[in-house]
Design a protein around this ligand. Structure first.
Ligand code: GLN
Length: 492
């Protein structure tokens, strides 16, 4: 039998339907692969018993001809999602052994459709980071290494465990969240596909909040089609999240293979950075050529406020984070460090429970929201955000269907290599992705090439609000031209 872990999600679905193998066999193959790949540190919790029970239940529905759209498909879940009876920590010490009493809407929809949970995936603490090095569980390793090198690379962040697990065949797909790039950047660093849906497309209920006006859940998988399949189950209106939007969920998979002839694709000139590597530049031009060969029309567009996006994001996101994280006080959740009185207990708990990056964000956020600085920082950043959104609206009003950019300014970097002396060095990873969250738009990252050391590089497509289908159609064109990227196995 072929290695069940290397199937695409679509092929596994077919194999299950044809009864070529059972859901239990598929799940067991993944559990065995996870056990051998612990060096990657992708999973912070494996849930084999639950996985086998779900797989058996899926086999029963398949036998009865009542299988859901994801029946028997083994998935990993970012540890930011609440999972009933299964520890959820946001990879922070402050949540300790927190065991939620409820399930996030997104994951409950995956289980409703028959998917199997293999375990919880590592991420940056409270999803703050671009390398998965801020996790209380330690860094995740990228399954990719530079040619001829044994140096460990980061998988990107914050959803680094999700990306690494999918790229290393430790699940057929995974959930992630993206506040400033945390799905798209790790997808690009590991040679897989990740999509951040339009703000409001997936419910945020039951997902640990980082910056509520920017956070959005989305899928990772090894092909564009597989992400489209997962998206259909994850998306949808939820009365428990007032920002979730009540519109029908399309059959995203139907967008795969659809002609992109006549589509207008914008190339934003402001994304051509000074000092950008020739490799990224060539990848971008190659992507544009592929879309052109498929019948799309390429046009240069301008998004004039792009250069303000990163600084504005690093005001808005910490501001919201400082407010959201106020609830971790040692009283209601997880860890508690005692003190002489309640104030000291709060202080001790928060000082010990939060890692350095999270403390930095809380301090920045508290500062920009404080009386006297609110207008100068927070209010101004919100105004910049409106201008960034308007830039995109103007481009779409010119008849542009989607915008093509690089996903990241470089390939994956080494563990411990960036952001030690200057956190801004790390923040610069998000230069091409934060604009999309600021504007609430959908964005997909698709692997499109390799750098000279053999590491995968991704392209990003940005769409109109709620037009994920166009991104799937265009992403598929790039994938067909670029082929697939598989890391050489060194971990098992
Ligand atoms: N790297 C960005 C940050 O640290 C984005 C993180 C995310 O999207 N969750 O804020």
């Amino acid at each position: 039998m072929t290695d069940l872990t290397s199937l695409t999600l679509a092929d596994a679905r077919e194999g299950l339907a044809q009864k070529s193998f059972t859901a239990l066999e598929l799940t067991d193959a993944h559990l065995a692969a996870m056990e051998k790949a612990r060096v990657l540190n992708a999973y912070v919790l494996e849930t084999p018993e639950q996985a086998r029970a779900q797989a058996k239940a899926a086999d029963a529905t398949i036998a009865k001809g009542e299988a859901g759209p994801l029946a028997g498909i083994p998935l990993g879940v970012k540890d930011l999602f609440a999972t009933t009876g299964v520890r959820a920590t946001a990879c922070s010490k402050i949540l300790g052994n927190f065991i939620p009493q409820y399930e996030s809407t997104v994951t409950s929809q995956l289980w409703r459709d028959g998917a199997v949970m293999l375990g919880k995936l590592n991420c940056d603490e409270f999803a703050m980071g671009s390398s998965n090095e801020t996790s209380a569980f330690g860094p995740v390793l990228n399954p990719w290494r530079r040619e001829g090198s044994v140096a460990n690379l980061v998988p990107g962040g914050s959803s680094g465990g999700s990306a690494s697990a999918v790229a290393a065949n430790l699940c057929l797909g995974a959930t992630g969240t993206d506040t400033g790039g945390s799905i798209r950047q790790p997808a690009a660093f590991t040679g897989i596909v990740g999509i951040k849906p339009t703000y409001g497309r997936c419910s945020r209920w039951g997902i640990v909040a980082f910056a509520s006006s920017l956070d959005q859940a989305g899928p990772f998988a090894r092909t564009v089609r597989d992400t489209a399949i997962l998206m259909r189950s994850m998306a949808g209106h939820d009365p428990k999240d007032t920002t979730s939007v009540d519109r029908p969920v399309p059959d995203y998979e139907a967008a795969i293979g659809k002609s992109v002839k006549g589509m207008k694709i914008g190339i934003p000139k402001e994304y051509r950075l000074d000092g950008m590597s020739g490799e990224i530049d060539r990848l971008w031009a190659q992507g544009a050529d592929w879309l052109k060969s498929a019948g799309a029309e390429l046009v240069e567009v301008s998004l004039p406020h792009t250069k303000y996006a990163l600084p504005a994001y690093y005001v808005v996101a910490p501001a919201e984070a400082s407010s959201n994280l106020a609830r971790y006080d040692g009283v209601r959740y997880g860890a508690r460090v005692s003190g002489k009185n309640i104030i000291e207990m709060y202080e001790n708990t928060r000082a010990e429970g939060f890692g350095a990056e999270v403390r930095r964000r809380i301090m920045i956020g508290t500062y920009v929201l404080s009386a006297g600085y609110y207008d100068a920082y927070y209010l101004r950043a919100q105004k910049v955000r409106t201008l960034i959104k308007k830039d995109f609206e103007d481009v779409f009003a010119q008849g542009v269907h989607a915008i093509l950019t690089p996903a990241t300014p470089s390939a994956a970097f080494g563990v411990g290599e960036k952001g030690k002396a200057d956190p801004i060095e790390m923040y610069l990873n998000d230069i091409f992705t934060v604009t999309v969250n600021m504007a609430g738009l959908p964005g997909i990252a698709v692997p499109a090439g390799a750098d000279k050391q053999g590491l995968p590089l991704g392209l990003q497509l940005i769409g109109r609000p709620f037009d994920e289908e166009t991104l799937f159609s265009l992403g598929d064109v790039i994938e067909q031209a670029a082929g697939h990227f598989t890391a050489r196995k060194w971990w098992a």
